[in-house]
Design a protein around this ligand. Structure first.
Ligand code: GTP
Length: 584
């Protein structure tokens, strides 16, 4: 039976296959989760880098704008005291240079995938800046025209759109990852542009104020165009203000009042008074200082918007770092737990089941030496093994009982077929064995011989030596008979002191010789009686033979009858002799 079952390793092997599949599936899911978090973190980091670009670009825009005022001052004041403004211009340019370097570093940051693409724009802006400065230096240190100065400022301003485009692309990258900062970045960029236009417009008034003349049509047109841009920026800013946090709303309220209110009113006053006979009450420098104070809220608004955007982006980056660490930890814990569960399941369930299976198969195949596993499994498994042990013991008892029963059956069968005194077959067994012998076609002996023996005057033996001594004579006769014939010849006690020998021989003569040899041998034997005396006895034998012929059955009953008749004849003819039918 065990050989028809699958190999005992199969449950372990199938479990290993299943566990490996499950493990790989979970690992794949966990890795996918981790990869998602990793991408989120990468995007957040990229957004941070792009925000750095945006901040640096807006800062550079503001710094470039800030160069205009000291340039203007150096230009209009001339002798006797240009020194502080020359220094201020130098400082402003150093600030711009530092900011441009910061912007370059932000663009070249290897961790920012999209930044390097904007380097050509930066290089162009830098070249424009250097060229604009050289142009302005040439104008302010030599006799100049108002037009040349305005043109110089326009060339300086041309750097701004290029920086603004870098800021815009940086803003787009940031907003792609952080939609929350969209409004902050929008107002920061619009403020940067407003700061530039605010600086630009005052420089457009400059030549007329310094020359104390009326504004030319061209200047008026330029001023109107700048005012239009300022108004446009204001209308772009206003819709965003409602969604801003209160701090930025407060900043904007200040900007609205100070710049769109006070500063624009002041510019309107200057526009009307410049070139007027009464002239302006303030000097040009006083005017720029007053105007500069109105620009401060614009810078403040922009800086605060950038600070809030920076905080939001930093918060997002921190959140992604936390998600990344959490998902990494979760991945490690999950996979470790799964491994532990698989290992425990195998130890607690699969292994014991495989052991139980091995044990049951061993019992089923009758292996009484099968041992229970020594490992200590969980309670339920231990109960299972205890039950299996009981089954094994029951099975051992069953086998024992089976053996005992078989032994008893064998014993009964032996008793049923054996003569208790001599140990020879009894009459009943003789009949069944005789049928087997006749059916057995093997061998070359073709004659069936039946000897019927009877002790002569046995009554007298009993009477003389006692029944027990008679029994001893019967036992001795049985032993001699058994010893004289072959093992597969049949020797049986037919009844009383009568015995039968059924055997296969080559010929009736051989059978006759054998009968005679037996008779003579018994003749020579002596029996020690219970009283110590020795006595002998003789036997008479009736020998009947039948030849085995193909297709013809031997009639056993006739053979018995013939042997019995021949025995009777032997008795009649004086006993101690063998009577056989004459051979044909
Ligand atoms: N001791 C003993 N005697 C037995 C046994 N079976 C039969 N006998 C005795 O054997 C004797 C048989 O006697 P009979 O049939 O008259 O024949 P006999 O005395 O042998 O004389 P013949 O056969 O004519 O030579 C009887 O006395 C039986 O009691 C036995 O198992 N043991």
């Amino acid at each position: 039976m065990p050989s028809t079952l699958p190999p005992s390793e199969s449950i372990n092997r199938r479990f290993r296959y299943f566990a490996a599949m499950l493990y790989l599936l979970v690992v794949a899911l966990v890795l996918a989760l981790f990869a998602m978090q990793w991408k989120g973190y990468r995007d957040a980091r990229e957004a941070k880098k792009e925000f750095n670009v945006l901040s640096a670009a807006l800062g550079a825009m503001a710094d470039v704008s800030s160069e205009r005022r000291p340039t203007y001052a150096v230009s209009v004041l001339g002798e006797p005291e240009p020194q502080p403004w020359v220094l201020a211009l130098k400082t402003a340019r150093q600030a711009t240079d530092a900011r441009m370097l910061a912007l370059e570093a932000a663009l070249r940051d290897p961790e920012c995938g999209n930044c390097a693409a904007h380097m050509p724009a930066w290089e162009h802006a830098h070249e424009q800046l250097v060229a604009a400065r050289e142009n302005l230096d040439a104008i302010i240190h030599k006799p100049r025209t108002d037009e040349a100065l305005l043109d110089g400022f326009a060339r300086l301003s041309s750097v701004i759109p290029r920086l603004s485009s870098i800021a815009e692309i940086g803003a787009l990258g940031v907003v792609r990852q952080n939609a929350d900062v969209q409004s902050y970045l929008l107002v920061a960029r619009l403020s940067g542009l407003l700061r530039e236009q605010a600086g630009m417009i005052v420089s457009q008034f400059g030549p007329a104020i310094v020359s104390r003349r009326a504004l030319s049509d061209k200047e008026l047109f330029g001023i109107a165009r700048t005012l239009g841009r300022i108004e446009q920026l204001r209308s772009l800013l206003q819709p965003s203000i409602r969604v801003l946090p209160s701090r930025l709303q407060a900043d904007y309220a200040e900007l609205d009042q100070r710049y769109f209110g006070d500063a624009l009113a002041m510019l309107e006053r200057v526009r009307q008074q410049v070139g007027h006979p009464d002239g302006l009450p303030e000097s040009p420098i006083e005017l720029t200082e007053t105007y500069g104070a109105y620009i401060t809220p614009i810078n403040q608004f922009r800086d605060d918007a950038l600070v809030l955007a920076g905080k939001t982006i930093d918060g997002s980056l921190r959140r992604h770092v936390i998600y990344l660490i959490a998902s990494g930890t979760l991945a490690a814990v999950l996979t470790a737990m799964l491994l532990l569960i698989i290992w425990r399941f195998r130890e607690r369930i699969i292994q014991p089941v495989a052991e139980a299976r091995r044990f049951i198969l061993a019992i089923a195949s009758g292996d009484a030496t099968a041992e229970l596993p020594r490992e200590h499994y969980g309670n339920e498994m231990q109960e299972l093994f205890s039950a299996l042990n009981v089954l094994k013991q029951n099975d051992a008892k069953r086998v024992q009982l089976e053996l005992e029963r078989q032994r008893l059956i064998d014993e009964l069968q032996t008793m049923a077929e054996t003569d208790a005194l001599t140990g020879l077959l009894n009459r009943r067994a003789l009949e069944s064995r005789a049928r087997v012998l006749l059916a057995d076609q093997r061998g070359s002996d073709s004659v069936i011989a039946l000897m019927m023996l009877d002790i002569d005057r046995f009554k007298r033996v009993n009477d003389t030596y006692g029944h027990e001594s008679g029994d001893k004579a019967l036992v001795m006769l049985a032993a001699v008979c058994r010893d004289t014939v072959r093992a597969d010849d049949i020797v049986a006690r037919f009844g009383g002191e009568e015995f039968v020998i059924l055997l296969r021989v080559q010929s009736p003569e051989v059978a006759h010789a054998l009968a005679e040899r037996l008779r003579l041998r018994l003749h020579d034997e002596t029996v020690v009686a219970t009283d110590g005396q020795s006595f002998g006895f003789t036997v008479s034998i009736g020998l009947a033979c039948a030849r085995r012929e193909a297709g013809k059955e031997i009639d056993m009953e006739a053979l018995f009858r013939e042997a019995d008749a021949l025995l009777y004849r032997a008795k009649q003819n004086g006993r101690d002799r063998t009577e056989a039918a004459p051979t044909a």
